[in-house]
Design a protein around this ligand. Structure first.
Ligand code: ADP
Ligand code: MG
Length: 257
């Protein structure tokens, strides 16, 4: 069995004339935690959207868990085992916290009168409270719909989901950008727990301290292309910044950006 959980080959996305992502060759091993860094507009979120099938890719291949995949969207990707926390949150505005947490993963109880299954709201609400406790976020009423929540509260609902369900791959796009100090620390603890459980992670972050604390490897994007692939132990913040700004390029990516 292969120890690769995700591979992209020549993954590319154009929005009209905008080359948002160009020729991304990327590999993630099972259990590995990788950070993606790069300036705003470098193509990081676009990369995540192609993997999860939010929109059709221009070209390229995505191999997940040994098979070529073409997801129809985040729910489809979730069913295959990819839990993604998007930068622009894909939460349903008119659903409450619990419904959002379980979207696509609803708990049901079978009844013995027939083939029908009913949603087990009580179990889902209890699990929701337990999940939110892990993120330290204060949400006064989990039956409130998402539309009235702050960015940080929404983010924590999405992150709570990754801490609740085991998945084959977790992707977080700037998960702590809108969070306070305490919530950020909790989210970092959730990430450490995923690592201990052997669950692989792609973490998009601008926070150098966080990246250096948490991941095994750093991939740098610049102008839609991967320009560096760095083992955390062989690099430092200054080095990474040099790749982000284009002051430095790895020989194997020369001519990329
Ligand atoms: N839906 C879209 N339509 C047109 N251009 C887009 C769209 N989404 C992203 N872009 C452009 O693609 C480039 C990469 O964006 P993005 O992936 O969001 O960067 P990052 O997440 O690294 O900040 C940017 O130039 C951005 O303006
Ligand atoms: Mg982004």
């Amino acid at each position: 069995m292969s120890d690769i959980i995700l591979e992209t080959r020549d993954l590319t996305k154009y929005y009209g004339g905008v080359h948002a992502l160009e020729g991304a060759d990327f590999t993630l091993r099972k259990g590995e935690h990788v950070a993606i860094m790069g300036d705003n507009g470098a193509g990081k979120s676009t990369f995540v959207r192609q993997i999860t099938g939010v929109e059709p890719r221009t070209r390229g291949e995505i191999i997940f868990d040994g098979k070529p995949v073409h997801f129809d969207g985040p729910l489809d990707a979730r069913q295959a085992g990819i839990e993604a926390v998007f930068q622009t949150l894909a939460l349903a505005d008119d659903l409450d916290v619990s419904d959002n947490l379980f979207l696509g993963r609803e708990k049901t109880w079978a009844n013995w009168l027939g083939p029908f299954r009913f949603l087990d709201y009580k179990a889902m609400r209890a699990d929701t409270i337990a999940a939110l406790e892990k993120t330290a976020v204060k949400i006064p009423n989990i039956r409130n719909t998402i539309q009235y929540m702050s960015g940080g509260q929404r983010q924590c609902v999405a992150i709570a989901r990754t801490a609740t369900f085991h998945s084959k791959l977790t992707i977080m796009d700037e998960p702590t950008a809108a969070l306070g100090v305490q919530e950020t620390a909790q989210v970092e603890n959730i990430i450490r727990t995923l690592k201990e459980q052997g669950e692989p992670l792609i973490l998009i972050s601008h926070n150098m301290r966080q990246v250096m604390d948490l991941v095994d490897r750093i991939i740098v994007f610049r102008r839609g292309r991967i320009v560096a692939n760095l083992n955390k132990d062989d690099t430092d913040g200054q080095d990474v910044v040099a790749y982000i700004t284009g002051a430095k390029t790895q020989p194997e990516y020369a001519g990329a950006a």
